[in-house]
Write a protein that binds this ligand. Structure first.
Ligand SMILES: O=C1CCCN[C@@H]1CCCn1cnc2cc(F)c(Cl)cc2c1=O
Ligand SMILES: [Mg+2]
Length: 485
């Protein structure tokens, strides 16, 4: 029968796997760590892309497509760049029965694929800024527990790679892109995130600094990096000789950024909003926003009810609301209610004989379960309001839950206590790499070590004399800490 066998609050991991499958987002694949994205989740990816792509086009960023294959000579050009990542690189070693001369890697990210051509294309200052993006898949043969959307061996993302004449231009773009990532989470997925800077230990080692939007999963008490926007400085320009003749005729290296969000966004949304009846879809990203269900009664005017359903759907489609009717005659209304609740459709409309007679419909909210009778004449306006209200309510509830998980601490004892209470910890920190390494070592356990999530741009007051919770040295900034995905 329908319904989940796992409860979100009891066994989160199993609940999550069941919800993404029963909600028809994911089908498990016979290769571990790989998943099939079914239409219900692919539609979310397309809706997010339909927001993000025009926004980067406004920023004069152009889409392109580079090959998925990287020769080992190119990939291993910079030992330090891939050192540490080497175990997760997937290689093509044969074609048919014969071995390849040079092994070919499948891109885990595209710096080494793209930057030799940036070097070729950027000659003079008129070639700058060069701003390219690609929508593609990447492969990382991870071994830690694979999780649909959150950690898979292949995933979809966009990767932006930009080059500028000045650091100022790069710094500005890093934050413009980060704001788009915040909007993806907060305005579309209804998930609150924190903007901040990664620590020296957690940043992209090949870059100058890393900014990110950080989400939090209350049920597991783990932070999760939602998306990332790096300033690479001139490190890759040096590595790949991406330089140009500036306006004074001098040789100068470019300043670069790279930034990405991936299908991980979908998993975060499921984890935050899902409940024990299944998915809960924010209206903005749901491919079906309103499902209309006929509730025939014995010999009552069944055709009249079906006509009212299709008229209701047409009226909603007319104003751009994504509505469908479920007039399958082999399922009962009750069965349909739980199926569409499992898929998380934000609003259900029921039309039975009484509704028909009263020229009204009955709307039921997926987030609160509230039932609302709406006169046909008010249908479009009321449904629009309800969808906006559901979108806002999902965000408000998620933000309130996330804020309840935030714990401000000042001492090591308070830190450990908060960590054991699955909190997102805000602590004064000396910002020294060795101290972060020490905290990781001291908190290592089966549920994973604590690490910095980010240092929020929005810094609380740091009174003179405040000391670091871990080292006792003078605190330099507030940082969020926690276990993470
Ligand atoms: O996060 C982004 C935004 C989009 C472009 N890339 C950067 C950095 C990616 C880091 N990273 C992440 N994972 C990697 C895995 C690998 F196997 C290898 Cl060889 C390299 C990397 C690697 O450099
Ligand atoms: Mg990784």
């Amino acid at each position: 029968g329908l319904g989940l066998t796992n409860r979100k609050a009891e066994n989160f991991g199993e609940w999550y796997s069941e919800v993404v499958v029963n909600g028809e987002m994911i089908e498990y694949y016979d290769i571990s760590g790989c998943y099939i994205l079914r239409p219900w989740s692919m539609a979310i990816w397309e809706i997010l892309q339909a927001f993000f792509d025009p926004e980067i086009k406004k920023m004069k960023i152009k889409n392109c497509y580079f090959p998925v294959f990287v020769s080992s000579t190119v990939l291993e050009k910079e030992k330090d760049h891939i050192e540490g990542f080497a175990p997760e690189v997937a290689w093509v070693t044969k074609s048919g029965k014969s071995d390849l001369e040079i092994p070919i890697a499948i891109r885990p990210t595209s710096e080494t694929v793209m930057y030799p051509y940036y070097s070729k294309w950027i000659r003079g200052h008129r070639d700058l800024p060069l701003k390219l993006n690609q929508w593609c898949n990447v492969v990382r043969w991870e071994f830690s527990n694979p999780t649909p959307f959150i950690r898979s061996r292949e995933f979809l993302w966009q990767e932006g790679h930009t080059a500028f004449a000045t650091k100022e231009e790069a710094d500005t773009e890093v934050l413009e892109i980060l704001e788009l990532y915040r909007r993806i989470y907060e305005e579309y997925l209804a998930v609150p995130v924190i903007k901040g800077k990664k620590s020296e230990l957690e940043k992209f080692a090949g870059g100058l600094y890393t900014t990110s939007v950080e989400a939090f999963i209350p049920n597991t008490g783990r932070g999760i990096q939602g998306a990332t926007s790096h300033c690479l400085g001139q490190n890759f320009a040096k590595m790949f000789e991406i330089n140009y003749e500036n306006e004074k005729g001098e040789r100068a290296m470019v300043w670069q950024n790279s930034w990405a969000y991936s299908t991980r966004t979908i998993g975060v949304m499921v984890m935050v909003h899902g409940d024990d009846k299944g998915l809960v879809m924010p209206p903005k990203v749901s491919s079906v926003q309103v499902i209309v269900i006929p509730v025939p009664y014995k010999d009552a005017d069944t055709q009249g009810i079906l006509d009212a359903c299709s008229a209701t759907v047409d009226a909603l489609l007319e104003v751009g609301i994504r509505a469908e009717s479920d007039s399958r005659d082999n399922y009962s209304p009750g069965w349909k209610y739980s199926q569409w609740e499992m898929k998380g459709v934000p609003l259900r409309i029921e039309i039975g004989p009484k509704d028909l007679a009263n020229k009204q419909v009955r709307a039921v909210r997926r987030d609160s379960g509230a039932k609302i009778d709406i006169a046909n004449a008010d249908l479009v306006e009321e449904i629009k309001k309800l969808l906006d209200n559901i979108q806002q309510n999902l965000f408000d509830v998620a933000k309130q839950k996330r804020d309840e998980c935030i714990q401000v601490i000042h001492t090591w004892e308070e830190f450990i206590e908060a960590l054991n209470q699955k909190k997102m910890i805000l602590a004064p920190w000396c910002d020294e790499k060795e101290v972060e390494e020490d905290v990781k070592a001291r908190t290592k356990g089966e549920t994973g070590a604590a690490k910095t999530l980010c240092s929020p741009f929005d810094q609380p007051e740091l009174p003179e004399g405040t000391v670091c919770f871990a080292s006792g040295k003078p605190a330099k900034r507030w940082s969020y800490w926690g276990r993470s995905y």
